[in-house]
Design a protein around this ligand. Structure first.
Ligand SMILES: [Zn+2]
Length: 286
């Protein structure tokens, strides 16, 4: 246990390489995979009392090993989109914690920590400069991402959202003046939404990501909790209300702050850009 370096910030420093962690002598190949404590952006709030992460501020994760890498290259897992999920399932020490039941910001924090432990904090991606449209290579520093715990709804906040004692939030809509209760996005919702999007794309239909997201998260409108009525309301709600509701969701969602400022190596323009999740995230070019 003493070999395990404890840290509470997500992706704050480079993992200790295996050779350093092993005793210098005698020559032995036994080696305990170190673990680390990753800070949850949610601080365990918003999970129901039955959830294993209820009120937990950190999650213990193993460092990535060669065997974990096999998961990332398994063709069948990649094809089914299960590789990332299976990886997290293996790395999280508490087997009660299911990656799909994680709040989205917590899942992001664990993914970044896993990436840093496996391949380091340097993430090289080709991005398109918004100023000059040139494709430039950029190194993102994954250890420099800060944790955003979300606007605490009990504090004064401009959007007027407040928290309920069931881990959900209430927002007042500016046009209809309806009161909307919503919950936070989970890994499972994310998978559902991306499948729904892919299906629409296959049928050449316009994407409905924004309304589907709200349909997924809203649990009650003005005391009505029948899903069909809520869905109907969301489809027909004034655009101004929809925009306000999406902003409310955004402002209370705890997450890693994925924005970094980038200087274009071609024109010198400095832009704030979100770290993109590309295939290089877990499959870096060597
Ligand atoms: Zn540029």
């Amino acid at each position: 246990m003493s070999r395990n370096k404890q840290r509470t910030t997500a992706a704050a420093s480079a993992p200790t390489p295996a050779m350093e962690a092993a005793p210098a002598q005698p020559a032995t190949l036994s080696y305990v995979t170190p673990t680390e404590f990753v800070e949850l952006p949610s601080r365990g709030q918003f999970y129901s009392p039955e959830h294993p992460l209820h009120n937990k501020e950190v999650v213990e994760m193993r460092y990535m090993t060669a065997r974990d890498e096999d998961i990332l290259t398994s063709r069948s897992l990649l094809k089914n989109g299960l590789a990332i999920e299976r990886l997290l399932e293996n790395l999280i020490v508490d087997s009660e914690v299911q990656p799909n039941n994680l709040l989205i910001g917590d899942k992001n924090a664990l993914l970044v920590a896993a990436r840093v432990s496996g391949y380091g904090e340097n993430y090289n991606v080709t991005i398109k400069c918004p100023s000059c449209n040139t494709n430039v290579a950029h190194d993102f520093d994954l250890s420099a991402l800060s944790v955003n715990h979300g606007v605490q709804p009990d504090e004064d906040n401009a959007s007027g959202v407040h928290k309920t004692d069931r881990g959900t939030f209430i927002a007042e809509l500016p046009r209809t003046k309806f009161s909307v209760e919503f919950r936070l996005l989970t890994g499972e919702d994310e998978i559902y939404l991306s499948k729904a999007s892919a299906q629409l794309a296959k049928l050449n239909l316009p994407d409905a990501g924004a309304t589907n997201l709200l349909k997924r998260l809203v649990v009650e409108v003005n005391g009505v909790n029948t899903p069909s009525e809520i869905h109907n309301f969301i489809d027909n709600m004034p655009a101004q209300d929809a925009r306000h509701l999406r902003a409310c969701v955004q402002v209370v969602t705890p997450n890693l702050d994925m924005t970094q400022s980038i200087e274009c190596s071609s024109c010198g323009a400095v832009t704030e850009m979100e770290v993109p999740f590309t295939s290089e995230f877990f499959w870096p070019k060597q």
